[in-house]
Write a protein that binds this ligand. Structure first.
Ligand code: ADP
Ligand code: MG
Length: 320
């Protein structure tokens, strides 16, 4: 199977009408058509074997995750997904791998109405790079820079399960089989919070998705917004299996976990009802976990309101 057969067979699909796409795969460029009054938002995330995923992961899950982590960035900005490109380096043209990968990729793409409009395919060490494009009404994108003192801080879903799964793979802990199946799903099959992000337009003052750990990612919001924050540790949303872990494991997974793909966002206290309505409308659980303050830095408070002594670390590819 040659390069062009491969593209045709696994990635080129018939699609008559797709909002925003005038021309998809097959020419030197895709042609995109923004609607009047909309802005296009663009984001890229790369997955490298051994870095972002284990070689043993099922191809279908890999296809899902490659797009999911990108959709999560659109979600964080409140954008509506429209189009994506896929740059693939493959060690070989393995049909079973490609079929599974494409199945996982397109199942998620179809669930979000986003079209694959182009890409690049080359031989090389397995590497998957997706670029997503989405739309948002002019000036309404949710940014990291909008948090203000007094705003509430919210988190969608649960944090820390993906890290729990990673620790099990590393052999530092041992979960019962049922629980491991659940946390493994969190790691290998994250659900991007796209509907929640869109529902929060005009309500949230800032947002980010948690990919490198809550402390680090919320930290980006604080720096961009020129503010600080207090988090109530007890309020951080966690699964029953994480809640059953020792305190140190919970702290690690909740604050420095990574790979969560939940949204952390802020909103003025006057928007509490609107936030709950957005959560309900999008079918996503959200928890209020703290507030923004004028004093720079992140403080995590224990159940009695005392500041916890923590070594907060965020994932960084170029540090240990
Ligand atoms: P060029 O040589 O002009 O860069 P290519 O031969 O790389 O074009 O690709 C041919 C067409 O197939 C282009 O429209 C390109 O966007 C698309 N394409 C290539 N690889 C992929 C892929 N992995 N997924 C989707 N489309 C792809
Ligand atoms: Mg090319």
């Amino acid at each position: 199977m040659g390069e062009f057969d491969l593209i045709k067979r696994f990635f080129e699909r018939e699609r008559s009408t797709q909002v925003g796409v005038a021309l998809g795969i097959g020419d030197d460029c895709a042609v995109l058509q923004p609607a009047a009054g909309q802005q296009w938002l663009v984001s890229t995330d790369m997955l490298v074997e051994g870095r972002h995923f284990l070689s043993t992961v099922a191809p279908e899950l890999l296809g899902h995750k490659a797009l999911a982590v990108n959709l999560s960035d659109l979600a964080a900005c409140g954008a509506t997904p429209r189009a994506f490109t896929l740059a693939l380096a493959l060690p070989r043209a393995d049909e079973a791998f490609l079929a599974g990968f494409a199945r996982g990729l397109f199942a998620l793409a179809d669930a979000h109405g986003i079209a694959l409009v182009g890409g690049d395919t080359t031989a090389g060490p397995l590497n998957i790079c997706v670029t997503v494009m989405g739309e948002c009404p002019q000036g309404q994108a949710l940014l990291r820079s909008g948090a203000r003192p007094g705003d509430d801080i919210y988190i969608s879903g649960c944090l820390g399960d993906a890290r729990l799964a990673l620790e099990q793979f590393r052999g530092t802990l041992s979960l019962p089989g049922e629980d491991f199946a659940q946390v493994r799903l969190a790691m290998e099959r994250p659900e991007p919070r796209v509907a929640l992000g869109q529902a929060l337009r005009g309500i949230a003052s800032s947002a980010i998705d948690v990919s490198d750990g809550l402390a680090g990612d919320l930290g980006h919001v604080l720096v961009r917004s020129g503010v600080g924050a207090e988090l109530d540790f007890e309020r951080l949303p966690r699964s029953r299996w994480l809640a059953a872990q020792p305190a140190a494991v919970q702290q690690l997974c909740l604050l420095s976990g990574g790979d969560d793909y939940e949204l952390v966002f802020t909103a003025p206290a006057a928007q509490r009802e609107a936030v709950l309505a957005a959560a309900q409308a999008s079918g996503t659980a959200v928890s209020r976990v703290g507030h923004i303050s004028a004093e720079a830095g992140l403080r995590v408070l224990d159940g009695s309101g005392e500041k916890m002594a923590l070594q907060l670390q965020s994932f960084d590819h170029f540090k240990a």
